[in-house]
Design a protein around this ligand. Sequence first.
Ligand code: NAD
Ligand code: ZN
Length: 241
Amino acid sequence: MNLEIAKNKINTAARVAVLTGAGISAESGIPTFRDAQTGYWARFSPHELASPVAYEKNAELVWQWYAERFITCQTAQPNAAHTALAALEQRTALTVVTQNVDQLHQRAGSQNVLELHGNITTARCEKCSHVQALSPDFVPPPICQKCASRMRPNVVWFGELLPRAILEQAWKTFEQCEVALVIGTSSLVEPAASLGRIAKESGALLIEVNPEVTPLSKYADLRVSSSAIKGLGALLGEYSR
Ligand code: NAD
Ligand code: ZN
């Protein structure tokens, strides 16, 4: 399939489902986990920090890492790829399912966003599950306003279950869409790995935007082998502004 046909399909589709991964925020200056960590953090693997075991072992270290990433996300700005999706949502039924925790889709103006991995701007009480927003100058660990217990980052860690209701909604979104766009995700981890394929098996057009080939690539009707900004610029044209 060529780009022109894909563009036309996106513009005429009744329902568009989008799945995004860390790659869409890379051009906003938020590194993906695959990009090496810098400075002090270079000696740690994100997979070792973003886990319940790491938190049990050294909550202070894990919170320090999250506090830094929180600041990175707060100071980052949505890029043209995020705003292109928000603009497209103005004229079609579009849902963004994201694995990102940075909230850049919402800040770009997207309304229908399903966060599969939670978000980094809030914390959750370890005892009563109360969720509260982090203030820019918070001192980790945050303490629950309801029960005064320690709070943890409100994200899904490696080895933890995804929020069930959100996952079910994401599943439905991809089953029912006419066009599925999978942007900036390595498609190695479930359910990201399956959502695009489910859409394809349900009859949707599957488009992948990623500079690298992924396990999903072979199912895609169109692969746009470029960065998210360039790829969505080409696919959405005028809507990317
Ligand atoms: P990932 O598995 O989604 O991999 C990143 C993908 O982005 C790769 O396939 C890479 O080829 C692609 N990519 C890189 N630069 C790109 C660009 N400019 N445009 C388009 N695609 C590009 O992500 P990960 O880094 O392994 O992260 C794993 C999990 O960690 C995420 O699902 C998320 O929960 C969390 N995380 C979130 C953020 C964020 O919120 N911005 C950042 C890092 C990690
Ligand atoms: Zn509490």
